[in-house]
Design a protein around this ligand. Structure first.
Ligand code: ADP
Ligand code: ASP
Ligand code: MG
Length: 464
């Protein structure tokens, strides 16, 4: 089989974890599979890169650039020494060369006191640039020929939406021509999360973007399966950090996985599934700490069971926008004006609901886009289409997901009765016509409780 295997930050976070990754890859390599690997940065490194970039841009006399570089050097060097002692000198030299480039760009940002989206992307791509060198060296140390490719070298061609770039269709042939020939006699390690524009400018694919790299590369090389290795046993009925009795879902459909990730199930990036879905490639989610466990399969049609609700998820960094105005009643073109303006400002709308009186439209957007959305709506306000725009940041969006909900009466009734019984007030409700999810908004303080109540109500902690 040809397998694309992606390892997340916790799976490459220290020497023991990388040791486990090598064992896994060795096993599947020696049993005759062709393997292509995508790696994330070591856990926490991307957060640290974001933090140092912001700190350096800030108005501070001596930002701790040297201390930062030394700490990166120490952490990566220690792990390299443990997993690839024979390659230490050459690979450490490559790591140091990269860290010098990082130091230079941080110094430039400090001097200019300006952090552009372009330079931020370059800075935050360094986590993957370093981790891939170590994983690849560890493979060679274990006798498996391997080389690294950065996102650009691998053929990940994107648009220039820095921070959450989209991969362009032409990447598929580029990846094919650059990666497939390597699979015959080696295990290439591709740096996830990053790509580049046609001009070679580095871009990143949004947080957790290595999953997106995995989906794109897996589809381009016609992998038989895409395996996402992480720190939990699979896609679960809820985030196990919130729900102690959350269970692994042996199978979920592509549409369920997309809804779950879109509404905050961090285990997969929202865009990671689509490339696999287009080619009908099975995606497995597995635990590096428990590789014998079967994990979850993401497939076209999951085997039906009596459960209509499969999982519950929530996303907390969202804002509610309320748009009101009596002028909206019966007046064509108001919705167009609102959504065109938001579209022009590139605001991604996560949920929409309109009251039947038509005097109110509510939207949910990510916190980071709130002010852009308000600026767009201000234009609509000035044109007289609407009367008032208010917002609330103190909210979370919860989604109840399951393809079985389509055509199953009574689910919404159960859901809202359970929340009412617990005194949880609903701020907004929305259900797509696909009926794969019902999503609603509650105050921040009620978010986790709402997930707990519904997880219990739908019996998701019980064995199927
Ligand atoms: P990685 O570093 O491997 O990419 P992430 O931290 O991005 O891992 O994603 C795995 C985490 O996603 C898990 O540790 C878990 O806490 C969280 N998570 C949230 N919702 C779910 C869910 N429904 N199923 C499984 N994990 C979930
Ligand atoms: N390292 C990146 C992040 O932390 C990408 C990833 O891990 O998938 O968001
Ligand atoms: Mg992830």
């Amino acid at each position: 089989m040809r397998l694309l295997m992606k390892f997340g930050g916790t799976s490459v976070g220290d020497q023991d974890s990388i040791g486990r990754v090598v064992e896994i890859l060795k096993h599947y390599h020696t049993t005759g599979n062709e393997l292509c690997v995508v790696v994330s940065a070591m856990s926490g490194v991307t957060d640290e890169l974001h933090a140092i970039a912001a700190e350096v841009e800030g108005d501070r006399d001596e930002p701790p650039i040297d201390t930062f570089i030394v700490s990166m050097q120490t952490r990566h060097g220690k792990v390299l020494q443990a997993v690839a002692p024979n390659e230490y000198d050459t690979v450490m030299q490559a790591i140091n060369e990269r860290l010098e480039k990082l130091r230079n760009i941080l110094t430039a940002v400090d001097n200019l006191r300006e952090l552009t989206p372009r330079s931020r992307d370059y800075i935050i791509s360094f986590g993957e640039r370093l981790s891939a060198l170590i994983v690849s060296a560890a493979l060679r140390e274990a006798g498996i020929p391997s080389r690294t490719l950065n996102g650009c070298e691998a053929g990940i061609r994107t648009n220039d939406h820095h921070g959450c770039a989209e991969v362009l269709a032409e990447s598929s042939t580029l990846i094919q021509s650059r990666v497939v020939s390597l699979l015959r006699d080696s295990v290439p390690v591709i740096m996830g999360y990053m790509g580049c524009t046609a001009d070679g400018i580095v871009t990143t694919l949004g947080r957790s973007g290595s999953d997106y790299t995995a989906g794109i590369v897996g589809a381009a090389i016609d992998a038989d399966e895409i395996w996402i290795w992480t720190d939990v046993d699979g896609v679960m009925t809820a985030d196990p950090r919130i729900i102690k009795d959350a269970r692994v879902l042996p199978e979920v459909s592509y549409s369920e996985a997309m809804e779950l990730s879109f509404f905050g199930a961090k285990v997969l990036h929202p865009r990671s599934i689509e490339p696999a879905m287009k080619k009908g490639i099975l995606v497995r989610v597995k635990n590096t700490r428990n590789p014998d466990s079967p994990g979850s399969c993401v497939v076209d049609k999951a085997t039906p069971n009596h459960r209509v609700v499969k999982a519950i998820t929530y996303i907390d960094k969202v804002s509610l926008i309320n748009i009101t105005g009596a002028q909206m009643i019966g007046r064509p073109g108001v919705a167009r004006a609102i959504f065109s303006a938001l579209g022009e400002y590139e605001v991604n709308i996560m949920m929409i609901s309109q009251g039947s009186s038509e005097a109110n439209i509510s939207l949910i957007v990510g916190d980071e886009q709130l002010f852009t959305a308000l600026a767009a709506l201000n234009e609509v306000l000035e044109k007289g289409y609407i009367q008032d725009v208010s917002h609330d940041r103190d909210v979370v969006a919860v989604a109840v997901v399951g393809v079985g909900m389509a055509g199953s009466p009574g689910i919404a009734g159960l859901l809202f009765t359970a929340l009412g019984r617990e005194g949880i007030n609903l701020v907004m409700i929305s259900q797509g016509s696909s009926e794969v999810n019902i999503s609603f908004v509650v105050k921040q303080d009620d978010g986790q409780r709402a997930v707990r109540v519904l997880h219990k109500e739908f019996g998701l902690g019980e064995e199927i």
